[in-house]
Design a protein around this ligand. Structure first.
Ligand SMILES: [Zn+2]
Length: 71
């Protein structure tokens, strides 16, 4: 996959929630929130995502592009 920011080929990997060992900090869900045309979050249309997905890392931008399945 090419980086959407700079167009360079990214390295493929996985993204997963990291167990911090503390109950209070435990990752329980990921949410996708759509934005309206003004960039405002539309909370009522959120989608629950699985905590594990595919990810592509760009060395150039030091960013990860993730692909997550809906829960
Ligand atoms: Zn990039």
């Amino acid at each position: 996959m090419k980086c959407p920011e700079c167009g360079k080929e990214c390295r493929k990997g996985t993204i997963e929630a990291k167990d911090s060992g503390s109950i209070t900090q435990l990752f329980t869900s990921l949410l996708w929130c759509p934005e309206d045309e003004n960039g405002k979050k539309l909370r009522k249309e959120t989608i629950d995502l699985k905590l594990r997905g595919e990810g592509w890392y760009c060395d150039e931008c030091m960013k990860v592009i993730g692909v997550f399945d809906e829960k």
